[in-house]
Write a protein that binds this ligand. Sequence first.
Ligand SMILES: [Zn+2]
Ligand SMILES: [Zn+2]
Length: 277
Amino acid sequence: MPEIPAEQPYRGQRAALATQHGKARALAPPLLRRLGLIAYPVAVDTDQFGTFTGSISRTATAPQAALAKARAGMAASGLTLGLASEGSFGSHPWLPFGAGGVETLAFVDVQRGLELTVSAVSRRTNFAHHEVADGGDIAPFLARIGFPAHALVVKDPGGTLLATGLQNMDALSALAWPGNRLETDMRAHLNPTRMAAIRALAGRLAARLAAPCPACSSPGWGEVDLARGLPCSSCAQPTQWVVAIIDGCTVCDHRETRPRADAVTAASPASCDWCNP
Ligand SMILES: [Zn+2]
Ligand SMILES: [Zn+2]
């Protein structure tokens, strides 16, 4: 393990990781490497917050659900730090149009009054379903979704669950009757594509927690909003494009604005409501 700088506030501390789906394997390494923070898995019935197989409907937004899970893990373990992840896929009301999936991570530090969520929209997801046709070949679908490394859920024509977490060809063949529906099992430990996305997001959370607020020194300084209004290069009127990034602290509400990383200072007249209405 590399040396963790002594000023990292979470060095050697444990954070409750509310999980049923083996996400610790993806989440823990980036947090340990960067911060010395130990993700401590706690068994919590996270299905009370909604499941991927649709048996319980979701009521909160993804960040709210992830924060609630983190708090449930803290309550179950008595730890004052909590972590949780939440994923949503396909045509879901939380998702921007056309997105494949969104992963969200939440971090709670009760003593500092810190609550942080980070999210990543991904078009790269294996989320898909397939209705078995009479005499049809399911092999192309299986190849596309990465079976058997990625598991499947099988439902009958009425929508009743016949199997979850299927990764065995013989077991799948026995259920691949015409009319039955095959769906990708989106639980993280059965889905290497999700595990990779969660690992990358945990790296972003670690970087964020390693950055102190310039005003109050709390961990978690970073992007909280975008300022729009990049001026048109022809008429200088504001457009909908991002002009600056707003960094913030979730503990003291200090804000600072910095220019775009790509140093673009003007928008194309094609995106201007005045030049190109
Ligand atoms: Zn213009
Ligand atoms: Zn602050």
